[in-house]
Design a protein around this ligand. Structure first.
Ligand code: SAM
Length: 182
């Protein structure tokens, strides 16, 4: 059996806990692929999908429009303006939009604010996965800040897992998984 690659592994961490009626968050909509994945997982629930770029939101909405998705043209650091109900799981796919403007990228301070806010909305047993891209300069800063922040979370609050291949070239992405303790 092959070891799971990063993105499928991340999706499996979400699939394991999600039920059809759950509320889910895609914190970085981009091209909308993760939003579409979440929408299929929770057909009777609801998905909130955030992005700061109108082009990303518009093209994802065009491709993946569904009754159970709300596309939100706003930063994920403002999640609490839009959601007050308990959330089962969330995905952050950090960095810049593939094929888009590379200067518009997630940054550590708003990412950490958003992770904290989403964690507070999570149901016990809920999970957040974060795909960390650290090949670009701000990605390295974001990686270091996230690792420093999450490493300090108390063990009785959450389990935080780092899933990473350590012998891959070119700063291959890795995964962080946060599980809220029951
Ligand atoms: N999950 C996406 C997909 O399936 O195509 C890829 C996401 S892409 C790597 C990162 C996205 O995060 C970009 O579209 C970017 O505009 C967005 N972004 C950057 N800062 C953000 C913020 N503060 N809040 C929400 N989205 C943000």
């Amino acid at each position: 059996m092959m070891l799971q690659r990063i993105l499928p592994a991340g999706k499996d961490f979400i699939k394991e806990i999600v039920s059809p009626e759950d509320i889910l968050v895609d914190a970085t909509c981009g091209n909308g692929h993760d939003t579409a994945f979440l929408s299929r997982l929770a057909p009777d629930g609801h998905i909130y999908s955030f992005d700061v770029q109108a082009e990303a939101i518009d093209s994802a909405r065009e491709k993946y429009q569904a009754d159970n998705i709300s596309f939100v043209h706003d930063g994920h650091e403002n999640i609490s303006k839009y959601i007050s109900t308990p959330v089962k799981a969330g995905i952050f796919n950090l960095g810049y939009l593939p094929g888009g403007d590379k200067s518009i990228t997630t940054v550590y301070d708003t990412t950490i604010t958003a992770v904290d806010t989403l964690f507070n909305l999570l149901t016990p047993g809920g999970r957040i996965i974060i795909v960390v891209y650290h090949g670009h300069d701000s990605g390295k800063i974001e990686r270091d800040a996230l690792l420093e922040n999450l490493s300090a979370w108390p063990q009785d609050k959450a389990q935080v897992l780092q899933y990473q291949y350590i012998n891959q070239k070119n700063s291959a992405p890795f995964l962080l998984v946060i599980e809220k303790l029951k």
